[in-house]
Design a protein around this ligand. Sequence first.
Ligand SMILES: Cc1cc2nc3c(=O)[nH]c(=O)nc-3n(C[C@H](O)[C@H](O)[C@H](O)COP(=O)(O)O)c2cc1C
Ligand code: SF4
Ligand code: SF4
Length: 282
Amino acid sequence: MNTVIYYYTGTGNSLWTARAFAEKLGDTELVPMHRMNHGSHSSKADMVGLVFPVHIWGVPRLVRNFLQSMGKRPGVYYFAVAVNGGQVSRTLIQLKELMAKDGLTLSAGFDIKFPSNYIPWGGPGPVEVQRKLFNAATEKIKVAALYISNRKSGLIEKGPLWQRVLFTGLYKMTYNLVKTLDNSFHIDGTCTSCGICERACPVKNITLEAGRPLWHGSCEQCLACIQWCPEECIQYGKKTKNYERYHHPEVKVEDILRELISKRDFRWQGARVNDIVFHKVE
Ligand SMILES: Cc1cc2nc3c(=O)[nH]c(=O)nc-3n(C[C@H](O)[C@H](O)[C@H](O)COP(=O)(O)O)c2cc1C
Ligand code: SF4
Ligand code: SF4
């Protein structure tokens, strides 16, 4: 039984989660979603996983675009993991509905909580709290992977009713505005023109002009640029200069930078995983 997991990540929580599932499920290929929007990835895998962060209480646009380009294989076992900062709301129900329109069945959907990377509202929280979240995620992944391995179906996790009532409307209201929210990014401090922000952006929304990043109004709000800048000189609005940056401690910037697709085999917590990554073109 082999598996392909399509993942999307800004700050590594979803990539770490995808790797952890791969390790538990065995014989798993990890494929980043964002480039697949511009090509196709044909997979004959028995099981297909979608691992992505919750954005604005729902399925991020990049994931929705990916779904349109993903090869449709009714009858295959599909599962999803909505990685989030504590408010999954009705993201997985929404995903199930979107997939149903394409004749696909989402058999299982898991809510896994991590430190929030939404820096306009604050930092990731105390290290001790972060550690508890990582431990809880590890435990939950064990249980969820067993559910998936046994091909069980029917569990689609959701947030409490108040979240689903309050936030579904907000998701709809903001969905078309997300692209232009990059107009709040600016540089405050010493930019070394290292290019990491440009290369970390999943949708090529940043170019360096005269050595400084310029945002082009096609933003997905993944926040990779602000969170991975080694100089911490990217700000969003007025408050972020006071907030700590975040990325998952076991994910490195090299795992996020993306230019060219190539494939590598590597070992992740003891298991062999095929990971399709991007390498720098020198
Ligand atoms: C634009 C944006 C919106 C977010 N909205 C939510 C949300 O509605 N609910 C939630 O629990 N977390 C939300 N988050 C937090 C992320 O889902 C969470 O930090 C996730 O672990 C990030 O995963 P990543 O590191 O793979 O990008 C949001 C983050 C961003 C950047
Ligand atoms: S990542 Fe930071 S330092 Fe590097 S080019 Fe971008 S803004 Fe400048
Ligand atoms: S501009 Fe920044 S926040 Fe927007 S998609 Fe690119 S990396 Fe993500």
